[in-house]
Design a protein around this ligand. Structure first.
Ligand code: PAF
Length: 279
């Protein structure tokens, strides 16, 4: 694996790969790689012969109260995992390389998509994500890019960006990878104490229970959401939202809509966990 810390070095290497006729498949990350990321890297081989990943903890997508400073940085271990996964090029710029001057041109996603759910509780988050991903896309110029469905709303923001801005990139979803007890893998799981880690899979169990009720005919989504929030509170969580939405646009469904997804975000202690489940 070649590691590049500058845009110029990565571009030169990828120009050579393209000249050799290779298609580039790209998996952007913020590091602290786990099996969820590695599954995306493996999936990338179905979309290209040259696999590129990036590690960059993007300050622009963190709010003032978010965990930018304590976000886990595990560069050496990440590199070892990427080598194992067969990744060809890693782009690992510092902040000065990616943002040499303050970023004044910002991608503003769809106003609804960037203000609902995650957007409501993390204002500015999606413009930070969309802006850095557009920059990375322009640097890497991939044929395909892969993003995990655990960040369901992020996937939608980015695939809509690619469509509306006519980027020639296939945006490919990767299924959420879970621990054997159901907890969705996330870099933030490392913040959990032993006791919290034992409680954490309850979020997924709750989503499964809600899905089963909907599949059995429940259509009182407001009640289902309120019950689930109350259950989490009674177990010591601080939920931010548990919402049944339409998969197509993340709007609230009517009783006749099908193709739904249940999305949730909740604090367990000081750790914010998110998860979702399609119905
Ligand atoms: O999902 C992530 O890790 C980040 O939001 C991304 C897409 C790498 C942009 O910084």
């Amino acid at each position: 694996m070649q590691t590049h810390s500058t845009v110029a070095s990565l571009r030169a290497a990828l120009d050579a790969e393209r000249k050799a006729g290779k298609r580039i498949a790209f998996v952007p990350t913020m590091g602290n790689l786990h099996e969820g990321h590695i599954t995306l890297m493996r999936g990338a081989f179905q979309h290209g012969e040259c696999i590129v990943s990036s590690i960059f903890v993007n300050r622009l997508q963190f709010g003032p109260k978010d965990d930018f400073d304590r976000y886990p940085r595990t560069f050496e271990a990440d590199c070892a995992r990427l080598v194992d996964a067969g990744v060809h090029h890693l782009f690992a710029p510092d902040e000065n390389e990616l943002y040499p001057t303050p970023q004044k041109y910002i991608v503003e996603p769809d106003p609804f998509l960037q203000s609902t759910l995650e957007g409501e509780f993390r204002p500015g988050h999606f413009h930070g994500v969309a802006t850095v991903v557009l920059k990375l896309f322009n640097i890497v110029q991939p044929h395909a890019a892969l993003f995990g469905k655990k960040d369901y709303q992020q996937f939608m923001v980015l695939s809509n960006m690619v469509r509306e801005l006519n980027l020639r990139i296939d945006v490919v979803p990767g299924e959420t990878v879970r621990a054997t007890d159901g907890l969705a893998l996330s870099s933030r799981n490392g913040y959990l104490s032993e006791k919290e880690r034992a409680e954490a899979p309850h979020l997924y169990r709750l989503l499964v229970a809600m899905r089963d009720k909907i599949l059995a005919g429940a259509r009182d989504y407001e009640d289902l959401q309120a019950e689930a929030m109350a259950e989490l509170v009674s177990r010591g969580w601080a939920p931010q939202y548990i919402a049944v939405r339409r998969r197509s646009d993340l709007k609230s469904p009517t009783a006749h809509d099908s193709g739904l997804v249940i999305l949730a975000a909740a604090f367990l202690g000081t750790t914010r966990l998110i998860d979702n489940l399609e119905v």
